[in-house]
Write a protein that binds this ligand. Structure first.
Ligand code: MRU
Length: 351
């Protein structure tokens, strides 16, 4: 299967730099950045140059590798101590998407597994682990695509929120994966993309990648979701996720929970799609998920234009939590999970 979009986070050919597509410049400009300084990698994650839960995980793993490979010491003990400082630093970049912490923990676990081997071998192990995370992310997108497609029919109208496509993963996506899988089989979906205020991931990124792939996509403002549902244009809602609690409550881009509540009202199935790396068994319910609060200016000076009076207060949570009762299915690379989620999630995580 060919990947539909540009890969948002990968290693360069000489495997010493993290290459990211700067998504803050899309859809106007495709600019790739080659990074190997810890501060610039942290900044790229924080400022959403690379964003979307799985892509953040991949960028963090590669970021940890390209910065750890520059640690100059022959002492294993010293190397591990420096590695831990890098890991803790990257963990402060964004709080909600659990894939960041999952990837960083996985890199640490691999390092610990190598024991007291010489430093060059530890560095090589970190390279291998980061490449495995990338590779698995591509595979999960394909699996989610097929499982998701089994719930859809040709010619359906689909609504999505934010961007959970190739740009948010390693090239295929989660919520958009069934759309790509269906497109390859001439399903002729009509996709509606919520623009997703305040940073417009829906109109800048989802519309960009679907349009580029030749898929029928219509951008709507967030406050138009109700009318398109009422007009019968939507047969299913597909969204990604940043953290799924053990009971199925799901954090995703701000606005998602409102779409889920609307979908329930109109009797439209609401599906969450994401890899099991987005499930956080240490978070019992959505109430315990930390919601990232972002800068006021994203609302009051969006894209450089004053959109609220100077000095006025704003409130800018970047995510919200959709209660599990609004979710008709959670589609993972391990299969389709249904309520009661406490049981189906536990079973999937143990398999
Ligand atoms: O703030 P962002 O752009 O990183 O938020 C992204 C989302 O909310 C996505 O829907 C989610 O990460 C799923 S990506 C496959």
């Amino acid at each position: 299967m060919k990947f539909m979009t540009t890969i948002p986070a990968r290693l360069n050919e000489s495997k010493d730099k993290l290459v990211i597509l700067d998504q803050t410049l899309l859809p106007e400009e495709e600019l790739f950045l080659e990074l190997d300084h810890r501060e610039e990698i942290w900044e790229a994650i924080k400022m959403l140059r690379v964003r979307g839960a799985p892509a953040i995980g991949v960028a963090a793993a590669y970021g940890l590798y390209v910065t750890a490979r520059k640690i100059e010491t022959a002492s294993t003990e010293e190397f591990v101590a420096e590695f831990m400082k890098l890991k803790d630093y990257f963990a402060t970049s964004r709080p909600t998407a659990v894939n960041l912490f999952w990837a960083l923990d996985r890199m640490e676990a691999r390092l610990k597994q190598e024991g007291d081997k010489p430093v060059p071998e530890l560095k090589h192990a970190l390279l291998e682990e980061s490449e495995a995370i990338f590779q698995e992310d591509q595979e999960m997108g394909l699996a989610i695509g097929e499982y998701g497609l089994s719930l859809l029919k040709p010619n359906m109208g689909l609504l999505t929120h934010c961007n959970a496509g190739g740009l948010a993963t390693s090239g295929y996506g989660t919520a958009l994966a069934p759309i790509y899988a269906g497109h390859a089989k001439d399903y002729n979906f009509k996709v509606f993309a919520d623009e997703t205020r305040p940073l417009l991931q829906g109109s800048r990124l989802t519309a960009y990648e679907l349009h580029k792939a030749g898929i029928d996509v219509t951008v709507i403002c967030d406050n138009m979701a109700s009318i398109v549902m009422r007009e019968g244009k939507i047969d299913a809602v597909l969204v990604g996720c940043d953290r799924i609690a053990a009971n199925g409550d799901t954090a995703n881009k701000i606005g998602t929970s409102g779409v889920a509540i609307l979908a329930k009202e109109y009797g439209i199935p609401f599906y969450v799609l994401g890899p099991t790396s987005t499930i956080d068994m240490n978070t019992p319910t959505g109430a315990e998920i930390e919601i990232e609060l972002r800068d006021d200016e994203e609302i009051s000076m969006g894209f450089g234009k004053r959109t609220a009076p100077k000095g006025v207060k704003t409130y800018n949570p970047a995510f919200d939590v959709t209660d599990a009762k609004y979710i008709d299915a959670i589609i993972t690379e391990k299969g389709i999970l249904r309520a009661p989620y406490t049981e189906s999630i536990k079973k999937a995580m143990e398999s």
